[in-house]
Design a binder for this molecule. Structure first.
Ligand code: TMP
Length: 214
């Protein structure tokens, strides 16, 4: 799928890596520079995609089979890409998206063990082939992330995916690291054990260099 002028930037990492804080900081930076941008997230970002998010993440939906999970993430993404992301890119906006296809490869591919070729094929159909121009991966150990999530919210507030065991989250982390190895030209990998300011410093320096922004 083609778009004319904008830039498409995604943020990824295990749950509790702190990517939402970082994406908000980058949005604040763009605002301060009067760069038009769109801040959005997956699963979600449109009315239909948000309804699918609720369905996927509901802690009581423990009977959800793996195939359903893959297809629901992809369905949410298809609606989001066509209804929101592509129009914003065509208007010349910088689109900051909290998660995208890499999350399906890491969580459903590496985490659940679903054939990566199938995940790629389904998501190509969903996105029309749209790929990020730059991706920031915040890497963190599952133990560190779990501690942070529990401190933040307590166990009852964890969603269906966050509640999965540490072994699952280890596989997801490994998935992100392998994706980084395969897409070093697109992905900037950052150590998420650092302070919020140190992480943002790395992101902003990379962003300025890649997009020639000051
Ligand atoms: P969030 O916590 O970053 O909003 O993401 C919601 C959860 O959904 C998180 O646990 C990661 C997971 N997820 C997938 O498993 N596959 C996907 O394709 C996406 C976008 C998110």
């Amino acid at each position: 799928m083609q778009y004319s002028r904008g830039q498409f930037i995604t943020f990824e990492g295990p749950d509790g890596a702190g990517k939402t804080t970082q994406i908000e900081k980058l949005a604040a930076y763009l605002k301060s520079k009067n760069h038009p941008y769109l801040l959005t997230r997956e699963p979600g970002g449109t009315r239909i995609s948000d309804a699918i998010r609720t369905l996927i993440l509901h802690p009581e939906h423990t009977e959800m089979i793996n195939e359903t999970e893959v297809l629901l993430y992809a369905a949410s993404r298809a609606q989001h890409v066509k209804e929101k992301i592509i129009p914003a890119l065509n208007e010349g906006l910088i689109v900051l998206c909290d998660r995208f296809v890499d999350a399906s490869v890491a969580y459903q591919g590496y985490g659940l063990g679903i054939d990566l070729k199938k995940i790629t094929m389904i998501n190509k159909f969903a996105t029309g082939g749209l790929e990020p121009d730059r991706s920031y991966f915040i890497d963190i150990s599952p133990q560190f992330a779990r501690k942070r999530l529990l401190q933040r919210n307590g166990h009852e507030a964890l969603d269906r995916i966050e509640q999965k065991n540490i072994q699952y989250h280890e596989k997801v982390r490994k998935g992100f690291l392998q994706l980084y190895e395969r897409h070093r030209d697109r992905v900037c990998l950052i150590d998420g054990h650092q302070s919020v300011d140190q992480i943002f410093d790395t992101i902003i320096r990379d962003f300025q260099a890649v997009f020639h922004s000051e």
